[in-house]
Design a protein around this ligand. Structure first.
Ligand code: ADP
Ligand code: MG
Length: 585
């Protein structure tokens, strides 16, 4: 096939534009991104070779190779990973599919505007933490060339771009499987005078140590030394001409972070790890690093991210953690390990008890995986419980990001069973009429007056709407706390719970408020009398309103308002009706 030129997708162009001309100063992370791609590619061929040995073509020395060339001003990064077919190159390199990329671009634009307006650049630091993938190469490159051959195929592909809106693609010869990326460095990024000289072996070594130390495959580079030859006693021979000596070194320690002793790991190492391996932009909110030996042995390194991804509840979000067996990568997104309500968790599990020799489908249903999943779920819930108790502010931060997941989890108990309710009911928070703060059900029940038998809630889109409900007046006067359900999922959650510690939930806009104190009893009786006496009037009003209402009653729940609308005891609540109506529009 002849050489072709293709235009980048519009978004890709935009990203490249920003990459090249941005104020983004943390250029060096391009190396971490390319090494992480190389490592991912080796993971893939490594795993597939377990069932298809031929893919390796006799080469199972997995490695990543760095080759700076001072004279040509290039840096080459090669791997013997899975490689890419022509179609895959076009698909993976020419388009932006990653959900985070869009958000990244928005941040980048914001920071650029801020700096143009002379504002402080705190955003700049934030952006310094983003994982931006392959395109980051263009921060230091004048031109990027990819030569790649997919394992098991014979035809190689060359891709090339200067980042100016288009790229070329053509066939090429490639003896070894895998990918070789050559960066022709921009003029600020080579030469001894440059502070960012990416042809300098020591600079590259220090970057690998900083960002990619635990990559599980050796990252190798040749170091060249000019030396005066030595005599047998190890003394330099005077007047002898210098000779070149080349030494191949492995730059990374290759010890996976999760196999290290917890006490030896610095917080920054965890942070860097999650940014690097899981494309997190900010350091995680909380890290769980556990090792267990028992019926099943495993190590887990999991984290609650700093923020919920914007698509967490969309179908295109792929939950799940990575699986490894004795540090060999098995799969990327195992969604059957943790329950769906923990879909926001990131991280990995490494267990010698996970079998490499069964299909991923069977593995996901294996007893070992279930045992590990249950244990981890328990740990995470316990940790959340402790956070709620001891670090309320942090817990509310967590809740604001991920509370919805837990609420959906409770709602999902219709399918997953009572266990889920029991696990989650004490982790829930709701907005309350008391001081406008978040409360747990336990806190609500603990401060209920003795005469109060039910947990009252109100549903609406916002607080103001609830506070203006005529029913609120009575409850406010009686000092009764009301939960504000402001998200439709809150109500679904409450309905799935049905009760908490024997106390039923009661919507204040549904039927009788059923207050049990003496005063209310009396008012109730009075109201019934009035109702009886005014039976005819009620009938008349009902007839006049016709099908618009189900019934007309005298009410004890009003103070200054003349009438109020209430929902039927059994029917959907008013806000649910509103939600359904919105959905149909
Ligand atoms: P991400 O790694 O998050 O998927 P990148 O922009 O870093 O995003 O890479 C995009 C895609 O290009 C990868 O998902 C992979 O399919 C492909 N790719 C990049 N580098 C390599 C490589 N060295 N070997 C094989 N495929 C690669
Ligand atoms: Mg990547």
């Amino acid at each position: 096939m002849a050489k072709e030129t293709h235009e980048f997708q519009a978004e890709t162009k935009q990203l490249l534009e920003l990459m090249i001309h941005s104020i983004y100063t943390n250029h060096e992370i391009f190396l971490r991104e390319l090494i992480s791609n190389a490592s991912d590619a080796i993971d893939k061929v490594h795993f597939e070779s377990l069932t298809n040995r031929d893919l390796l073509e006799g080469d199972d020395n997995f490695e990543i190779f760095l080759e700076p060339d001072k004279d040509a001003h290039t840096l080459t990064i090669s791997d013997n990973g899975i490689g890419m077919s022509r179609e895959e190159v076009i698909e993976n390199i020419g388009t932006i599919a990653k959900s985070g990329t869009k958000a990244f671009m928005e941040q980048l634009k914001k920071a650029k505007e801020a700096s143009e307006n002379g504002e402080s650049n705190t955003d700049k630091e934030l952006i310094g933490q983003f994982g931006v993938g392959f395109y980051s190469a263009f921060m230091v490159a004048e031109k990027v060339t990819i030569e790649t051959r997919k394992a098991g195929e014979t035809q190689g592909t060359r891709w090339e771009s200067t980042g100016d809106g288009s790229y070329s693609i053509e066939e090429c010869e490639k003896e070894k499987r895998g990918t070789t990326i050559t960066i022709t460095l921009g003029k600020e990024f080579f030469g001894d005078a440059s502070e960012e000289n990416y042809t300098d072996t020591y600079k590259l070594e220090s970057l690998v140590k900083k960002y990619s130390d635990y990559v599980r495959y050796p990252i190798k580079m040749n170091f060249t030394f000019e030396e005066t030859p030595k005599d047998d006693d190890g003394k330099e021979i005077e007047g002898a001409e210098k000779v070149k000596r080349v030494e191949l070194r492995t730059l990374n320690s290759m010890q996976p972070l999760w196999t290290k002793n917890k006490s030896e790991i610095k917080d920054e190492e965890y942070d860097e790890f999650f940014k690097n391996q899981f494309h997190e932009w900010e350091k995680p909110m909380e890290v769980f690093h556990t090792h267990a030996e028992g019926s099943v042995e495993y190590t887990a390194l999991l984290a609650i991210p700093a923020h919920a991804p914007f698509n967490l509840y969309h179908t295109d979000y792929e939950p799940g953690v990575q699986l490894y067996s004795r540090h060999v990568f098995i799969m990327d997104k195992c969604k059957d390990l943790l329950p769906d309500y923990l879909r926001f968790m990131k991280g990995l599990v490494d267990s010698p008890d996970l079998s490499l020799n069964i299909s991923r489908e069977l593995l996901q249903q294996s007893r070992e995986l279930k045992t590990i999943g249950k244990a981890l779920e328990k740990n995470i819930l316990k940790a959340l419980g402790r956070k709620m108790k001891n670090k309320r502010e942090d817990y509310e931060k967590f809740w604001n990001e991920f509370g919805k997941s837990l609420k959906i989890g409770v709602y999902g108990s219709v399918y997953s069973g009572m266990d889920t309710i029991n696990n989650l009911k004490d982790l829930l928070l709701f907005m309350s009429s008391k001081e406008g703060k978040l409360v747990s059900l336990k806190e609500y029940v603990e401060r209920m007056p003795e005469s109060q038998k039910k947990i009252y809630y109100a549903t609406a889109k916002d607080k103001q709407t609830i506070e203006q409900l005529p029913q609120m007046e009575t409850l406010r006067d009686k000092g009764i706390e009301v939960l504000y359900l402001l998200d439709p999922v809150d109500e679904l959650c409450i309905e799935a719970l049905r009760e908490y510690e024997g106390k039923q939930f009661h919507s204040i806009s549904r039927g009788d408020l059923d207050l049990d104190d003496a005063e209310s009893q009396e008012v109730k009786k009075e109201t019934e009398d009035i109702q009886k006496k005014n039976d005819d009037l009620m009938k008349d009003i009902k007839e006049a309103l016709g099908e618009k209402v189900a019934d007309v009653k005298v009410s004890a729940r009003l103070k200054s308002s003349a009438v109020c609308l209430v929902a039927d005891e059994a029917g959907p609540s008013l806000s649910m009706e509103q939600t359904f109506a919105d959905m149909n529009n």
